[in-house]
Design a binder for this molecule. Structure first.
Ligand code: HEC
Ligand code: HEC
Length: 367
């Protein structure tokens, strides 16, 4: 009998914990005073954009975005309080680490990949060159804890944030009364990043493209689409984002010894050397190019697609079919394409027209 009574009590305790536990979650807490309810934020998207996939557990709010921006610029996030997200993602260059092939971490360690620009992030389905982050919230965890980057201990970070008088009220405003947690930190930064939208109006409305591109850029668009010339659009899909957001192998290496790319995440041999197909928006500001920053100029990139990409016949999966068709197995070299010097200049002009420089100065994204 006593035993039964005990279990009854245990049940009560479990239920009480559940109720209290639920109360801790800001989004499902109906009892949060009205004054603490964050203000829903409606993201203004260009007319041609599809709706953004925003997780129900992290809706955009005015206060959440403001907190996220503040955290993005705060070196408190790193172990020695010297490095912010913005240290490697600088606004004036579409949030890359300007002119650097690899970035230095808070403690001076050198990374192994080129920093990525930050815009239209809410439209991807995996993040980083190798896609190891499956949500934008999860993504935030990586640079903060990585030894090559901010080298921070999550528990210590949360304590530092709690000890900071300003943050307590900012977290309460964004997520309702409650403790500062890492989960809320990641959510706020992800909210801020989702608001960074790049949209080069000049060339996206394909029906009006003839009116907005100059003669050379217009010819460059045709080279981009011509399967005998550039043939770029299968991967860098023409449209709002200038990428299909898929992971593909564009033949940078004949094997994947230096960096296995997506394979490191999936362990599927077919994914060796596959990387996130990057957007071609704002290339003007984001040199050097590729996951290892090996190319300094767009001219080098075009020459690479002309005659530099590699294929290893024994390992079929090393090159995407859209490039393999331009590779000549018998000469072990890319087939010469039918593009002229003028075509190459035109395609570079077209790529440079895919520009939205407003994100580089928009005060909504500035410190
Ligand atoms: C030391 C430099 C450095 C710091 C600090 C840093 N990043 Fe990065 N970031 C990078 C590099 C390098 C990559 C590419 C890494 C990879 O693919 O492995 C990257 C990739 C990303 C991506 C992926 C973009 C995409 O299109 O997939 C996001 C998002 C991002 N960083 C956000 C952040 C946030 C938020 C912070 C702060 C919490 C931060 N970064 C701090 C260097 C840095
Ligand atoms: C098979 C798919 C595919 C095709 C076709 C393709 N690309 Fe790429 N492109 C990629 C991938 C994947 C990357 C990233 C590779 C890496 O860094 O490992 C990339 C990278 C780039 C970059 C560097 C961007 C940056 O931010 O670093 C530029 C520029 C580029 N491609 C332009 C082009 C042009 C121009 C064409 C046509 C001549 C083209 N691509 C054809 C898949 C493709």
């Amino acid at each position: 009998m006593i035993y039964k009574k005990d279990t009854k009590w245990m049940l009560w305790i479990v239920m009480l914990n559940l109720i209290l536990g639920c109360k801790k979650d800001p989004f499902f807490d109906k009892h949060t005073p009205i004054a603490n309810n964050p203000t829903p934020y409606v993201l203004a998207l260009p007319a041609s954009f599809p709706p953004m996939n925003i997780p129900l557990t992290n809706p955009l709010t005015v206060e959440g975005i403001a907190l996220g921006k503040r955290l993005f610029y705060d070196p408190l996030l790193s172990s020695n309080n010297k490095q912010a997200c913005a240290s490697c993602h600088q606004q004036n260059t579409s949030f890359i680490d300007s002119n650097k092939r690899f970035s230095l971490g808070a403690t001076g360690a050198l990374g192994a990949r080129n920093s990525m620009p930050l815009f239209n992030l809410g439209y991807a389905s995996a993040w980083f060159w190798d896609g190891r982050a499956k949500t934008l919230e999860e993504q935030v965890f990586h640079p903060i804890t990585s030894q090559n980057e901010m080298n921070q201990d999550i528990g210590l970070l949360v304590n530092e944030l709690k000890a900071n008088g300003n943050y307590v009220s900012l977290y309460n405003a964004a997520f309702g009364q409650g403790e500062i947690t890492f989960d809320k930190t990641a959510k706020a930064i992800a909210q801020f990043m989702r608001t960074i939208i790049a949209y080069p109006a000049k060339s996206f409305d394909t029906s009006k493209i003839n009116n907005t591109l100059n003669a050379s850029e217009r010819r460059g668009l045709l080279v981009f689409l011509d399967e005998k010339k550039g043939d770029c659009f299968h991967c860098h899909e023409l449209g709002n984002f200038m990428t299909n957001y898929k992971f593909t192998n564009n033949g940078l290496n004949a094997n994947a010894i230096n960096d296995p790319g997506l394979y490191a995440v999936t362990r599927n041999p077919e994914d060796l050397g596959k990387f996130k197909t990057p957007s071609l928006i704002n290339l003007k500001y984001t040199a050097p190019y590729m996951h290892d920053g090996r190319f300094k100029t767009l001219r080098e990139v075009i020459d690479f697609y002309d005659n530099g990409f590699k294929f290893h016949p024994q390992t079929n999966y090393y090159l995407d079919a859209n490039l393999k068709k331009h590779f000549n197995i018998s000469t072990n070299k890319p087939d010469p394409r039918e593009w002229t010097e003028q075509d190459k200049e035109d395609i570079i002009n077209f790529l440079e027209a895919l520009t939205d420089k407003s994100i580089n100065t928009n005060p909504a994204f500035s410190k």
